[in-house]
Design a protein around this ligand. Sequence first.
Ligand code: NAD
Ligand code: APR
Length: 237
Amino acid sequence: VSVSQKDSCLFAVPDTFFTLLTGAGMSTESNIPDFRSKEGWWRKIDPRTVATTQALEDHYDLFHEFYSRRINGLKKCSPHIGHEILAHWERRGFIQAISTQNVDGFHKTAGNMNVYELHGNIHDIRCKECHSVASEEQLLSKDSCIQCGGHLRPGVVLFGESLPENSWDASLFHIRKSDLVIVIGTSLEVYPASNLPQMTNGKTVYINTEISRNRIQFDLVIKGKAGEVLRKVDELL
Ligand code: NAD
Ligand code: APR
């Protein structure tokens, strides 16, 4: 990964107001699969069978098995150096906010305080009928809701559901105000998060291991792994 001194100046302009948009590629170095690259979830499972409101209604067993697998998988994972650098940058006053499509909660675990979870958080468990809060253990053991007997689900946003309003509004606010938007580890395939980067008047940087053709609208494109690129930039700041 080569990040030149010139490239890094984008990051270190004094009192730069910058925000980030991250996706599943931010967590693959923590051994969490993403969705659309060759090892991604959607290469093995059709998202329509497990990640839609229809799936939750029509085949709860498949839905439950998929999310239980992801919750158990997360138990063996933790934030990597890239997450830690972003928390360090927030403490140094570089980062105003992180909007993430990830549901693993790793930006907060690493120490970032200003995090907006556009697609919810997999550890927030509730009843799909009455929305009562439940525990991860109850979901994993496939208990029914103790209030109404309904099925339990994680608080992630499924295909077809709308994003949490406060996360979306806050993300839009910060991105519009930003001098610099850094997008890390997302294919930008999923609406409406994919529209966020073009809503800024500031500069835009795209850090990703796969660069598809329509990324030219970014001011700077860095092909590389999130953790490696962030480490290189951090050394230059
Ligand atoms: P969609 O119906 O457009 O997406 C259906 C499928 O197409 C998904 O696999 C999606 O990844 C894919 N897709 C979406 N845009 C694409 C594009 N430009 N090129 C290629 N493939 C594309 O929309 P959706 O993603 O199902 O989202 C519908 C609603 O679900 C939105 O309101 C969104 O807020 C919400 N939502 C979706 C996701 C998600 O993972 N897709 C997550 C959170 C929220
Ligand atoms: N560093 C940088 N980029 C990476 C890394 C890494 N270590 N690992 C993977 N990537 C890149 C992949 O090449 C891919 O382009 O990150 C991108 C991840 O894209 P997706 O797998 O599509 O994940 P994401 O964009 O977050 O998906 C958005 O789709 O199904 C949904 O709700 C789900 O939030 C998710 C949404």
